[in-house]
Design a protein. Structure first.
Length: 395
């Protein structure tokens, strides 16, 4: 085993209609003026923003709004949000949306509390002394940012997508109403399911010591998303399946499925961040396109974990294979079949990219630089390894 710290301070309000509680929750957490931050027109068109603002009005909380968040949230809008919040005397940021909105809200909240450019925190120039409180009304089950300490922002001027991790920016509360996800296009739902599973898989695949109980929790979560994602592919209106996936998204990225495991890999995330920064691909789809190549490349570094995954998550029959390597490869192939069943890509061509080797080399170089030279817990990857994985995914 390994020692660990588990910290999950976010209050969860889960259920249909739970968004009606947002005003009281914000006031309970000290808000005196709220910035309501959201993405595109769908949140307005659905009436959700009106309901959220009505709840704030009911408890006498003044508020201002800022929409426009896009996938791979942009630093320019963060700057606009900080400027608006400071001019209006905002002391609480309410994210109404998915991971991109939540991360943009966290970055704005860091800017409110610390002054200066919040991008400094993503690139390690400063350490924040505080963070304005953040609340969440979740509309997309995917990133897990509603309970995590992470905040990933894209600097559109430099083309760098980079995250920072500070416990002080964990949301104070999250409202989870699975009905709010019913109108999502299938591609977003499927990409979200991939991202949710990947947050646990990044913790699960390690060459270091683990804990049985954590493994059981991780494998149960992965099986739950696996099964319910397939249900949603057949019937996107299944509210129970949406509830399972939504709850899994939060538990997958709040640290629970990594307790006692020896290090977080997150190499697939690092490799994908360069893809989405350069080509603006959907994060979950990019992960699906990278993971099979990553898995084959690192499999020998923790073969027993890949065998355990194949048996306990994918459901591979060991009697049908002669060696541990064959079982592990069958598990990887099973995940590829699962991604295809969800209409997700399993390589860069299926993702819609056809890259020259020079493009791949540039991606690998940027990835290595942004990782500080190397990354990995399943297997340590250096720039040449990153390039090898990109080449496999592009073959």
């Amino acid at each position: 085993m390994n020692g660990f710290t588990y910290y999950a301070p976010t209050r969860v309000e889960f259920g249909i209609g739970a968004e009606d509680k947002v005003g009281q929750l914000a006031r309970d957490h000290g808000a005196t003026k709220v910035l309501v931050h959201f993405g595109g027109a769908s949140a307005v068109r659905s009436g959700l923003i009106d309901r959220v603002c009505a709840s704030l009005d009911e408890v006498g909380l003044p508020h201002v709004g800022l929409g426009g968040v896009v996938p791979n949230p942009r630093l320019a809008l963060v700057h606009e949000g900080v400027e608006l919040a400071c001019a209006e005397g905002v002391d609480f940021v309410l994210a109404v949306g998915g991971g991109s909105v939540i991360d943009s809200s966290k970055s704005i909240a860091l800017g409110i509390a610390n002054g200066g450019d919040p991008w400094d925190f993503n690139i390690g120039l400063r350490t924040p002394a505080g963070c304005a409180p953040v609340g969440v009304v979740l509309t997309i089950a995917a990133a897990g940012s509603e309970m995590s300490n992470s905040c990933v922002i894209t600097n559109e001027e430099t083309g760098v997508k980079k995250g920072c991790n500070y416990d002080i920016c964990r949301p104070k509360f999250v409202i989870m109403d699975p009905e709010l996800t019913l109108t999502l296009p299938w591609y977003q739902t499927a990409s979200g399911c991939v991202d949710i599973m990947m947050h646990t898989m990044e913790r699960y695949f390690t060459s270091q010591a683990t804990m049985q109980l954590t493994d059981e929790i991780a494998e149960g979560l992965l099986r739950t998303v696996f099964e319910n994602a397939l249900i949603l592919h057949e019937d996107p209106s299944d509210i129970d399946a949406r509830a399972e996936v939504m709850w899994a998204g939060s538990l997958s990225h709040n640290g629970l499925t990594g307790c006692g495991n020896g290090g977080n890999d997150f190499s697939s995330h690092a490799l994908e961040h360069e893809l989405s920064a350069a080509y603006d691909v959907t994060h979950g789809a990019g992960l699906a396109a990278i993971w099979p190549s990553w898995a084959r490349y690192v499999m020998d570094g923790c073969l027993d974990r890949f065998v355990q995954f194949a048996l306990n998550v994918v459901g591979v029959d060991p009697e049908e294979h002669d060696t541990a390597e064959e079982v592990a490869l069958a598990g990887i192939e099973g995940m590829e079949k699962f991604y295809h069943a969800l209409e997700m890509p399993t390589n860069l061509h299926e993702l819609g990219l056809d890259l020259a080797d020079g493009d791949l080399a540039e991606l690998a170089h940027r990835c290595a630089v942004n990782c500080g030279g190397s990354r990995g817990a399943a297997k340590i990857l250096h720039e040449e390894d990153m390039l090898g994985i990109y080449r496999m995914a592009n073959a």
